[in-house]
Design a protein around this ligand. Structure first.
Ligand SMILES: [Zn+2]
Length: 430
């Protein structure tokens, strides 16, 4: 029986007879687990002049790979290869104490080994994740900074920048990330990024986990941190904040962001972006109102450029409650008109026609108001199931300091309040 925990590799150039010698060299008694043949007896049987010669022959033509899971190189984690019985004994003895190094590693310093591991991981990722290595200014706009702050505040970010999955997924929905150009822009600027599970890297991480654990106190901090970071990044799919080339730690970034919002100097682009963002959010709100209205009135109104323009006009001038009342009222009128059409002889329910009817009604109503100096003032609640974004809460409470949501402000009012808040100043050269 071959000795436990090893696997033989014998040169296939040897004759069957000489291969037998090597197998016998490693053969054990089943019961006692002792070697079956003494080196002396093999020397005599195979006619070597002495034991030394016999072992030299074995060593030259074969190796024994230690397959026992517990024994591996304490530095690189690779399997250990031995040539002789004596070597095997030492390997087992040292291996269990985690003091064993393979031939490769014995020639390298601890930091060289650590660096090799990091290099091999970075070789795999450097094309797809090159932003992890480039030290560059984040150059974020005011609103992007607010979003980064809110994400940092909410998502229980760990020291490697990992966002807590469930919270981020939830936030992705509540902040309408699919339509939110700020979150998209944070992704484009690689401040937020997603990782994929990478089997090649997982293999390297697993092979070296013992080394980084046991030799941790001897390894340069930079390598240790990188190793931990890559472990987090590529073990499974996750979302991360990429800050560590610009800040020493997550807390450092967080503090700096928070301090910035106390007195922020807005430039021209920031102001333009605030305006665009508010209108975009309010248009999304308005479409949500239309979809709520459609739940009770089967009128097919679809998104269109014309409707976009009408809604921009509405949300700029009127608050969401007024907009809701106005949309509902006109939807009722359209529904009634459709009902009448359907029950008349001419059955025209062409969807384009309905869209146009709805848009035309709102347009002519707004024209009527303008000509008569009337301001629509009827309001209609938006219902208890409305979802408010965290940015809306944050801006209402921490910047505008009025109310909790944007519902009661028109777009224009909101922009005015924001730009006149004591938390912001506008850059003087404007
Ligand atoms: Zn090694």
């Amino acid at each position: 029986m071959l000795r436990h925990g090893i696997e033989l590799e014998i040169s296939d150039k040897l004759s069957e007879y000489n291969q037998q010698l090597i197998k016998k060299y490693w053969e054990c008694e089943k019961k006692t687990l002792r070697y079956k043949y003494s080196i002396q007896s093999l020397t005599n049987r195979y006619k070597f002049c002495n034991e030394d010669e016999c072992e030299k022959y074995v060593a030259r033509h074969s190796s024994a790979i230690i397959t026992d899971e517990r024994i591996c190189c304490s530095s690189c984690g690779r399997r250990i290869i031995v040539k002789l019985r004596q070597e095997l004994n030492i390997a087992f003895e040292k291996g269990f104490k985690f003091e064993l190094d393979c031939r490769n590693c014995m020639d390298l310093s601890i930091d060289e080994i650590a660096k090799n591991v990091i290099d091999s991981i970075e070789n795999i990722i450097h094309l797809e994740y090159n932003f992890l290595f480039k030290n560059r200014e984040l150059s974020l706009t005011y609103l992007e900074k607010i979003y980064l702050y809110l994400i940092s505040l909410k998502c229980q970010v760990n020291e490697y920048g990992k966002l807590k999955k469930e919270i981020w997924q939830d936030m992705f929905i509540t902040e309408r990330a699919d339509k939110n150009f700020l979150i998209k822009s944070l992704y484009d600027k690689r401040v937020i990024f997603n990782t994929k599970k990478n089997d090649e890297i997982i293999k390297i991480i697993n092979e070296n986990s013992k080394f980084f654990l046991k030799k941790s106190h001897l390894i340069d901090l930079e390598f240790r941190n990188k190793y931990q970071k890559y472990r987090y990044l590529f073990l499974e799919e996750n979302t991360f904040l990429n800050f560590d080339l610009n800040y020493e730690s997550f807390n450092h970034m967080f503090e700096e962001l928070r301090n910035q919002f106390d007195y922020y100097e807005l430039d021209y682009l920031d102001i333009k972006e605030i305006r665009e963002f508010i209108l975009e959010q309010k248009i999304i709100d308005a479409y949500q109102l239309i979809s709520n209205i459609q739940k009770y009135r089967p009128i097919p109104i679809e998104k269109s450029i014309e409707l976009d323009c009408v809604l921009v006009e509405l949300v700029e001038k009127y608050n969401l409650l007024v907009v809701n009342s106005l949309l509902s009222y006109q939807a009722d009128k359209v529904a009634l008109r459709l009902y009448n059409l359907e029950h008349a002889q001419q059955r025209d329910r062409d969807p384009y026609f309905v869209n146009k009817m709805f848009i035309t009604r709102i347009t002519s109503y707004l024209e009527y108001c303008k000509l008569n100096n009337k301001i629509p003032s009827h309001i209609r609640g938006i219902g208890p199931n409305w979802s408010y974004t965290s940015l809306e809460y944050f801006v209402s409470k921490s910047i505008i300091n009025e109310g909790l949501s944007w519902t009661t402000f028109s777009g224009d009012e909101l922009i005015h309040k924001w730009l006149n808040s004591e938390k912001v100043t506008i850059k003087p050269d404007l």
